[in-house]
Structures are given as structure tokens and as C-alpha cells.
Design a protein around this ligand. Structure first.
Ligand code: NIG
Ligand code: FE
Length: 438
């Protein structure tokens, strides 16, 4: 291939020239990257134009023999390599991806990444017949994780979180949502969020989940909610520790009515909203998410046809968490009905010490495909663009579209090998904003 050899030669000289100019004037030139040699690029741009609803294989938007260009971390051109405009050919740093398949990076839109200790014994108890709720009543559950998490220092929590974040990076995830919710004091929750904020490499989106359970210090859910609004909300705002608020709407936790009061206050303060909705029983969480125009409603195991209709007609992204359902040995959410009625769905691990002690991205997709009858294209879109929508980042992430951030994965094999082998996502490389992380 004499043509590409010549181009490579040219690039070399330009590369050293641009290195020099970067040293002389670091911010004077835009940082451009050209990615070539892509056997197949799945941009998902068509899925983006359909707002990630009712996606088909065509919406993966396949380009064979593709290239793209990023500038200061954002996509400025995507197309067939042979159509690369002259202006991009020479004067930029170029990487040959050597015949690989490329897709947008995965977005993990629901985790409880920061917690200390584990609840391995509870898993055994559940398998021997005890229910999650009865274990919680006897001092287990969320309140059991409270003790080691309150005791851990911010630094220790960051170290734990970093280690878990690395596991996601290895699977091609560039963006991880992280919830608080295992300290349940204003100061403790801030510690969790600060710890999450200090995680490096992965992009972290922080969610305040102070309303995860009612700590023993409070006589009622109402009193605890008032405390969070009075003590935690001002601190969160002052330090800018989270941009989203979440609540566990469930029997024995928080009612729909209290959730409405609580989330409305956060909405007034400019927070995006998420709801842990209808996981163990149908408690109005999905309805509340629709009513308050939340970004996402999560779990959704117990929803009925009316909820499905409302969610499908709304802008709420349905975040489905099948490893939690596997570990809880319960039903899976009605993904087929949601998708067929036009709902937008995301998939995530729900990594937490109780209901989903797993950060296995591939397993989530395998369960979605087997038990929720999601097609592979639906699964891929749910774990990329769907996740981006759930986090309100659809204009930044989830597809390789002009103007968006250049977060992408280079696969080891074919697209069809994704979400196939539990425990292994065949990702060779991960890039965040045009820079290689993996
Ligand atoms: O998403 N449902 C509430 N929260 C978590 C479980 C937390 C725990 O058991 O520690 C969930 O499943
Ligand atoms: Fe959760």
C-alpha cells in the first residue's frame, strides 16, 4: 500500500513538528487526533437521532473502512477513511487502529461504587430462604453497610472506589455514575461524595442518595427527610458535590408522597432526579419519576401495564439492572413491553454490597439478552446511549457523533462478541476524550 506508507511518512514529520509547537505554546493549537484503519465503526448516530427508542440493528449506524477526528476531546469529523477531508490528513497526530471494530465507550449509569465491607453472609442467608426485607429488619441490609462505611476515611473510600472503577475501565466503561447512601448523616454522605470525586481516570457522575434508608437515629422517614433537606442539601450545593438526587421508594423505606416532597426540593435547586422505583413492590416510584420528569427510573421489576404506558410516553429513561434481579432471585423487568411501546432503556450493574455484588458488565448484557429478550443492538444501545440519557449526558456521550466527546472502545474481536461471555467484555482499548486510558 504505497499510498498509506507515504501518508505515514508525512505524518511522522508533522508529528514531531506538532510536538515541538505543543512545547512552545501548549494551548495555542487545538489538540487534534485522527483515528484511521477502522474495519467497522458503529457510530450509533442513528440511534441518537431516534432518541434511543425502538432501536434496530440499522441504528448502530455502521461505517466500514472508517476514520474520525477529534479536537480537544470532541469529535469534529466522522466518515469513510477515503473521504477524509484534506485539512485533516496531515497536520494532526494520527493513530492506526489496525483493522479493529470501534464503538462508543460504555456508560455505567447506576452504581453504589463507594462502600466499605461486604455482606457475603447475607447472600448465603438469602440462598437459604430468608428474604431481603427480613434480613434488613434484623439489622442487615443497607444499615449493615453503614457501620464500616461511616468508619472508613475519605481516603480509604477513594482507594476502594478507584479499585472498583478500574474494573469498569477494563470493560470499556469511561463514565460511571456513583451514588452516596451508605453513611446516612449529612457529613458522612458528603464524605462519600468527596471520595467519589477524587477517583481518577474514569469520568464520575455523582448522585446524592441520602434517602437510601432510614438510619436508627431518626424516629420516622419524615424526620429524616426534613434533616436531609435542612442539613445535607445546603452543603451539597455549597460544595457542588452532586448534580443528581435519588431516593429509594419502597415499603419500609420512603413513600411516594415523601419522595415527592423531597425530590421536588432538589428539582427546585437545579438537581437532576433519579428514582429507585418499584423494585421489591409496586409503590408508585415509576409514577413519581414520570410526574416529576426525572431523568431515570431504576429497577422497575413490579411495574404494571399502566406504568409501562406512562414511562414509554415520557422522557424518563428506564434503567434496568438484571444482575440485582439475578442475585435477588426475582423476576426481571418487563424490558420487551417497555421497548416495544417506545420506552428508552439503559442497562447497568447496580454494583452494591447487597443486591448486586457484581461489576460484571458483560453479565448484565447476557441476562438482558436471555431473560429480558433484548436484542444485541438494543443491549449495546442501552449500555451506551441509554446510559448517557439516564445521566442527562446524551449530548456529550453515547454515540460517535460530531460535537460529542471522543469516548470510544476498540474491540478485540467482532461486535457480535459483546455481551456474550460473562466475566469478559472483549475490549482491547478504551479512549476518553481522544486520550487512551487502556
Ligand atoms: O439498588 N434498592 C436499593 N438499593 C440498592 C441495594 C442496596 C443494598 O442492599 O445495599 C439497590 O438494589
Ligand atoms: Fe441501586
Amino acid at each position: 500500500m504505497p499510498k498509506s506508507k507515504a501518508a505515514a511518512g508525512k505524518k511522522k514529520t508533522k508529528k514531531s513538528a506538532s510536538k515541538l509547537s505543543q512545547k512552545l505554546a501548549p494551548s495555542a493549537k487545538p489538540k487534534r487526533r485522527l483515528f484511521t484503519g477502522i474495519k467497522t465503526l458503529f457510530t450509533l448516530d442513528r440511534a441518537f437521532r431516534k432518541a434511543a427508542r425502538r432501536v434496530t440493528a440499522d441504528d448502530l449506524d455502521r461505517i466500514d473502512g472508517a476514520a474520525f477526528v477529534s479536537e480537544n476531546g470532541r469529535i469534529v469529523w466522522v466518515g469513510k477513511e477515503k473521504d477524509l477531508p484534506r485539512e485533516f490528513k496531515n497536520a494532526i497526530k494520527s493513530e492506526d487502529l489496525q483493522g479493529a471494530v470501534v464503538l462508543p465507550a460504555f456508560v455505567e449509569s447506576h452504581t453504589h461504587l463507594i462502600y466499605a465491607g461486604n455482606r457475603a453472609a447475607e447472600f448465603e442467608r438469602r440462598n437459604q430462604g430468608e428474604s431481603y426485607q427480613s434480613i434488613a429488619k434484623s439489622g442487615g441490609g443497607i444499615l449493615a453497610t453503614l457501620i464500616p462505611t461511616r468508619e472508613a476515611s475519605e481516603k480509604e473510600l477513594t482507594a476502594i472506589g478507584q479499585e472498583r472503577a478500574e474494573r469498569f475501565l477494563k470493560q470499556g466503561v469511561s463514565t460511571i455514575e456513583v451514588k452516596s447512601g451508605y453513611a446516612l448523616t449529612a457529613e458522612g454522605e458528603m464524605k462519600m461524595l468527596r471520595a467519589a470525586g477524587a477517583i481518577r481516570r474514569a469520568r464520575i457522575v455523582r448522585t446524592f442518595l441520602g434517602a437510601h434508608a432510614i438510619p436508627k437515629e431518626f424516629k420516622s422517614a419524615e424526620a429524616y427527610i426534613d434533616y436531609l433537606l435542612e442539613e445535607a442539601l445546603p452543603q451539597l450545593k455549597k460544595e457542588g458535590l452532586a448534580c443528581r438526587a435519588d431516593i429509594f421508594i419502597e415499603q419500609g423505606y420512603f413513600s411516594k408522597e415523601l419522595g415527592k416532597k423531597y425530590l421536588s426540593r432538589f428539582r427546585e435547586e437545579g438537581f437532576d432526579l433519579a428514582v429507585h422505583a418499584d423494585q421489591l413492590s409496586r409503590c408508585g416510584g415509576a409514577e413519581l419519576a414520570v410526574e416529576l420528569k426525572a431523568r431515570s427510573a431504576e429497577h422497575l421489576i413490579q411495574i404494571n401495564d399502566e406504568d409501562i404506558r406512562k414511562l414509554s410516553a415520557s422522557e424518563v429513561t428506564c434503567v434496568l439492572l438484571p444482575t440485582a434481579d439475578l442475585y435477588m432471585n426475582c423476576a426481571y423487568p418487563p424490558a420487551r413491553k417497555l421497548i416495544d411501546q417506545g420506552a428508552r432503556v439503559a442497562l447497568a450493574t447496580d454494583l452494591n454490597p447487597g443486591t448486586s455484588p457484581s461489576s460484571d458488565v458483560a453479565l448484565v448484557g447476557v441476562l438482558a439478552r436471555i431473560y429480558m429478550k433484548m436484542s444485541l443492538p438494543e443491549t449495546i444501545v442501552a449500555y451506551t446511549l441509554g446510559g448517557a440519557y439516564a445521566l442527562g449526558l446524551e449530548k456529550e456521550l453515547g454515540s460517535i457523533s460530531k460535537g460529542k466527546l471522543a469516548d470510544f472502545v476498540v474491540l478485540e474481536g467482532e461486535m457480535e462478541e459483546l455481551f456474550l461471555e460473562a466475566g469478559r467484555q472483549p475490549v482491547a482499548r478504551l479512549y476518553r476524550e481522544g486520550e487512551r486510558l487502556l
